[in-house]
Design a protein around this ligand. Structure first.
Ligand code: PLP
Length: 412
């Protein structure tokens, strides 16, 4: 596995920013530093560490599944965000809620639990490129499902499932992975209709697969919306609780440095994932869990989140305004309603890849973007588009965003 694992592009993208302090990075997904809740966290940590008993508990190892209060608060929060669907309390049980070291760890654990080398995961085309690294490392093959404005194209999902059935590889299919809110990289969101339709299709092919096929819903950007009304999660689809792996995070909406994430798991996966988590680290760091738990209970979380959303709305606007001003007519993009990214397409003849002349010209101007090609899974049934890029407005200031886009326009 060590020999097989390729260097994750995320490591390179983050390192180059540290090596070139003057670089305007519109690439790696750092978040907005000025909105990190420093003063509020100081107050909560002082409270916690000001009490010997609470302080000792917070500085001690915790349990494998995570802090019980945080598990309860998390399950309740997701239920509320879903509009508390009637009669479906069972979909949001604290007992099946497991705290992880960022949702990234959960992506890894769920894949480890379900996939052997040679197995197959279906992903959006394009998808979160760091997840593709997990698949590559674990020897998991992928197929891309085309996207529409409101999530994956269900017609194409059916075609892919049918072709796997025809060539006998359906028994290797384990997961459909969707980044369902303000997707990384496209910023599109998946409607409830598409989530329900996808679950229905997966069920239909389970008999031929010989086992459950799970929908892994990655809701990392769910709370970073600044326009429109977000759809409920797949957990709100009736009868879906035994097939949905719901993943969330407190990194993006609260503080990336605390790196606390979580998953709500189907019953059947709870024991395997807890065993794997036991082998990984037998529990997420306790102190950051206590901080998140107190920030939720005290209202700091909600208050800060409103600031975070306002800030990203302004930064997204700064970016798309600058794109309108500096990029040629032939460049295309959509106005994001949340998340951290703008997905931009150049004319097809422009190669935006990491080894391209274009990438080098942009980097020579001290600007970094994520080449779109990185976000496409290796899928033998189609060529990877190479003319797109992901531009993040997460970390850069508004001035840097405007200047970065101006230089990008010059390079084009
Ligand atoms: C779509 C998506 N999922 C998961 C993660 C992991 O975030 P964390 O481990 O901080 O929760 C990220 C981080 O960028 C992401 O973009």
């Amino acid at each position: 596995m060590g020999r097989r694992t390729a260097e994750p592009p995320i490591s390179w993208l983050m390192r180059i920013k540290l090596e070139r302090p003057r670089l305007i990075s519109l690439a790696a997904g750092f978040t907005d530093s000025p909105t990190l809740p420093v003063a509020g966290s100081r107050r909560l940590l002082n409270e916690l560490l000001g009490d010997a008993t609470l302080g000792q508990a917070a500085l001690q190892y915790g349990s494998t599944a995570g802090d019980d209060t945080l598990r309860k608060l998390t399950a309740r929060r997701i239920r509320q965000l879903d509009g508390s669907p009637r009669g479906q309390a069972g979909s949001y049980e604290a007992r099946r809620t497991v705290i992880s070291h960022g949702s990234q760890q959960f992506l890894y654990m769920a894949t480890e639990a379900l996939c052997d080398p040679g197995d197959i995961v279906l992903v959006e085309d394009p998808t979160y490129f760091v997840y593709l690294g997990i698949m590559q490392s674990r020897g998991v093959a992928g197929r891309g499902v085309r996207m529409t404005r409101d999530g994956i194209d269900l017609g194409h999902l059916e075609q892919v499932l049918e072709s796997l059935k025809r060539d006998g590889s359906l028994p290797r299919l384990k997961i459909l992975y969707l980044v369902s809110y303000h997707q990384n990289p496209t910023s599109r969101s998946t409607s409830l209709r598409v989530k329900a339709g996808a679950l229905e299709l997966l069920r239909r092919y389970e008999h031929a697969a010989g086992h459950p096929i799970y929908l892994m819903e990655d809701a990392a950007y769910r709370e970073l919306g600044f326009a429109g009304k977000p759809a409920p999660s797949a957990l709100a689809v009736k009868g879906a609780v035994d097939r949905v792996i719901y993943l969330g995070t407190y990194s993006k909406p609260f503080a990336t440095g605390v790196r606390v994430g979580f998953g709500i798991l189907p019953e059947e996966l709870l024991t395997p994932v807890l065993r794997i988590k036991g082998n990984h680290d037998f529990g997420t760091s306790n102190l950051p869990q206590q901080l998140v738990s107190r920030s939720l209970a005290s209202g700091l979380y909600e208050k800060n989140l409103a600031r975070v959303q306002r800030r990203y709305r302004a930064k997204a606007k700064a970016m798309t305004d600058a794109m309108g001003e500096h990029l040629p007519e032939s460049a295309q993009w959509e106005q994001p309603e949340g998340g951290l990214n703008v997905w931009a397409a150049m004319p097809r003849k422009v190669n935006t890849g990491m080894k391209s002349n274009f990438f080098k010209k942009v980097l020579d101007r001290n600007v970094l973007y994520v080449p779109g090609g990185l976000c496409y899974v290796d899928d033998p049934t189609r060529a990877k588009p190479g003319h797109e890029m992901r531009l993040s407005f997460g970390a850069a200031t508004e001035d840097e965003i405007r200047e970065g886009i101006r230089r990008l326009g010059q390079a084009i």
